[in-house]
Design a protein around this ligand. Structure first.
Ligand code: GDP
Ligand code: IMO
Ligand code: MG
Length: 422
């Protein structure tokens, strides 16, 4: 048996999708354990270019079971569309399962998210993720398993709709009727009933058979609802420990935790971002938006904010996750830079900080940079660590030394096999 958890070590979009697609060759079960379709996990393999929003990135491996786990929030329309998109590309989804205890993103959640962003939000993806989690914690949401029974849905929705419509009216958004919602739910029931499962049983059967299980995180450490840059965060816990909560097993059963870390930093949405580059430097790394690995939100298409690698963020991400290893992605994107900055520490009011400060102090920190020489050569063809130019090795080694975490994978291109194993 092995239980591996893959999580984002920065602000999201580190390349988790590519790594999970690659690692899934050795997995029997891949579980998306939190978040919703705010994710955009890019996978480029022999089947094409895909941006998955809710389906686990193990789906391209025919032998691998894929589970949308209990800790997620699921928009059924998005899931149905994603299944169809994959099927049209010749990818089978026959081994895809959906936890009966996953929560549903209802149409009003999306409308409320959009309306709240219009009124001045934090730059969400407007997928209704925060609103669905809010209703989960208020204990008045529908779960995927409720789709088994139309009468339950009717009772639950009719008692809740008045409150929802009052909120929508207050926000100036369109209201819903019970008939609209029931039509949708009956359609979702028809499409999704075959996927519904007892996720606890799926995970525990896999554990007892000694299966190889891979947990796929969404977003990254700095956007964790409890541990991230609140309020500029998502509404779930993208940290490794939550894989155990979502899967319903002891955290002691996790064998290894991989932090996915981009060779520089990026973020989308508002909030502090201490190592943010000047726009002229950022534009070079972001790319023109025509290549699948250019830095534009895979979910919203927004240009990502770009920064230098931030070691205080990585060290903090390690503290809250407990990384066994790092996967360093997009090293190739630094190929053309004559010199590369790494933020080694934060200074606040002239003092070096030992810990991650609170969100408002994070706006005020001054990053201390070390400048390393670039390598000015193409790393995308390197197949082994020893093929890398010396300055690239120095960059990699500096990250290992200053975080204390070994780098075991280096990404040197967007395609599935552009991975150097160390
Ligand atoms: P995720 O949300 O963590 O799965 O990351 P995204 O898919 O949103 O963003 C990562 C982007 O980087 C995608 O466009 C990937 O295709 C691309 N990518 C991942 N690893 C590498 C790499 O090593 N090199 C290059 N050039 N692109 C990469
Ligand atoms: P992956 O899984 C990058 C950001 C939004 C916003 C904040 C809250 O592809 O890394 P939400 O819609 O979750 O309520 O928005 O989180 N955000 C992401 N940023 N990658 C993502 O997913 C994101 N999912 C949400 O921009 O700042
Ligand atoms: Mg992404």
């Amino acid at each position: 048996m092995s239980v591996k958890v893959v999580v984002g070590a920065q602000f999201g979009d580190e390349g988790k999708g590519k790594l999970v697609d690659w690692l899934a060759k050795d997995a029997d079960l891949v579980v998306r354990f939190q978040g919703g379709d705010n994710a955009g996990h890019t996978v480029i393999n022999t089947h094409g270019v895909f941006k998955l929003h809710i389906i686990p990135c193990g789906i391209f491996r025919p032998e691998c079971q894929c589970l949308i786990g209990t800790g997620t929030v699921v928009n059924p329309d998005v899931l149905i569309a994603e299944i169809e998109m994959l099927n049209n590309a010749g990818i089978s989804t026959s081994k895809l399962l959906l936890s009966e205890n996953a929560h549903l993103i209802m149409p009003w959640h999306v409308k409320l998210d959009e309306a709240m962003e219009r009124a001045g939000g934090i730059g969400t993806t407007k997928r209704g993720v925060g609103q669905a989690y809010a209703d989960k914690f208020l204990r008045n949401n529908l779960r995927a398993g409720d789709l088994h029974d139309a009468t339950t849905i009717r009772d639950r929705v009719s008692s809740h709709l008045e409150y929802v419509n009052a909120q929508l009216a207050f926000m100036g958004a369109e209201k819903f009727t019970l008939d609209d919602i029931m039509d949708k739910c009956l359609y979702w029931q028809k499409k999704l009933a075959p996927l519904l499962c007892d996720a606890f049983d799926v995970v525990h059967s896999a554990l007892s058979k000694g299966a190889r299980i891979l947990f796929e995180g969404q977003l990254g450490a700095m956007k964790d609802i409890d541990l991230g840059i609140y309020p500029y965060v998502t509404s779930s816990n993208p940290v490794a420990a939550y894989a155990a909560v979502s899967g319903g097993f002891s955290p002691r059963l996790i064998d290894s935790i991989t932090g996915v870390c981009k060779a520089f930093s990026s973020t989308v949405g508002d909030g502090p971002f201490p190592t943010e580059m000047t726009e002229s430097d950022a534009a070079l790394l972001r790319g023109p938006g025509v290549n699948p690995d250019d830095e534009y939100g895979a979910r919203t298409g927004r240009p990502r904010r770009i920064g230098w690698l931030d070691l205080p963020v990585l060290r903090y991400a390690d503290k809250i996750n407990g990384f066994d290893e790092l996967a360093l992605t997009k090293l190739d994107k630094l190929d053309a830079l004559p010199e590369i900055k790494i933020c080694t520490d934060y200074l606040l009011d002239g003092k070096v900080l030992r810990n991650m400060p609170n969100t408002y102090d994070l706006y005020r920190v001054e990053p201390a940079y070390e400048i390393l020489p670039g390598w000015l050569s193409d790393t995308s063809r390197c197949r082994t660590y020893s093929d890398l130019p010396e300055n690239a090795k120095q960059y990699v080694q500096t990250i290992c030394d200053k975080t204390g975490v070994p780098i075991r994978y280096i990404g040197n291109g967007p395609e599935r096999d552009s991975i150097i194993r160390l």
